[in-house]
Ligand binder design. Sequence first.
Ligand SMILES: [Zn+2]
Length: 350
Amino acid sequence: MHHIQSVSIRTAVRLSLAATGLALCAAALGAQPARGRQAPPAAPAQPDFSQVQVRATHVQGNVYMLEGAGGNVTVQVGEQGVLVVDTQFAPMADKLLAEIRKLAGDKPIRFVIDTHGHPDHVGGNERMRRSGAAVFGGNVRNDDPRGEQGAVVIAHENVQFAMIKAEGTPQATPDANWPTETYTGDQYDLFFNDEAVQLLHQPSAHTDGDTMVFFRKSDVLSTGDVFVTTGYPFIDRANGGTIQGIVNALNRILDITVPRDKQEGGTMVIPGHGRICDEGDVVEYRDMITIIRDRIAAMAAKGMTLEQVKAARPTRDYDGRYGATSGFWTTDMFVEAVYAGVRDGAGAAK
Ligand SMILES: [Zn+2]
């Protein structure tokens, strides 16, 4: 069902959450680890934004990638205006807008799509929304109760739920950065700038609210953090991420991509972080993640404890390229998340 719903959902969710306020308070006070779940890792370190330059790369067709600080930003430009996927950290917004102006001139930002709700992907939502203007008519309307007629900000409904749950915690996202529209189910389609744009929900992968955005005519897929080239995938278990969901997402990317010739070119893939890829790059990454999952599943099946699995270094041959011993997502944390997933049966090899 391709159904989009307005932000009035917030009212309903807030009411239902109020009923479970005690449980939420308990979670906020740190009861989660007591239930055996790890506390969410700290967000990626924020750089000195004043030193960061934004770099734009034409990917293919109508689609560009902007790099600055935070997740990659995907920009689709055409006659009807601009569609932006992800908005990095808030202090980057003006620099990103300046770069978008170079690509699109005066054309307004019509849509902002959030691949998920992490602060390095949604921080500039408010600035982008306010600078833009909604398209009225067609299949999307903007009935933002704030009365603002800026760009429409779309995310999967689980992104909105997570933001509501995080209210009042250090992880809270300011209201102004929340989506103005959410979609339910597994897919939502737009037609914009003479191009079919498909929002594909990828369940329980990096988070429980991941969206990949496929530009069908330009033949570019923007994946969000279900695929990154900068390290092992961050599995945000506190927000519903699982190793099996990551493997499924990587396989879904490969279902969509078509190489032009000898595995080079064809569909281009913009990862959540890192460089532009083609199908061959994703195959390599998918194979690595699948191998690591299977190794850890085999170790868990033999009854090895987490400490024993870590000591056996199941990621050893990939650590040189993808491993990390410090920062917000270390190799140990990745191994722990995979171990938890396969132990729970969520990551059983198939
Ligand atoms: Zn993320």
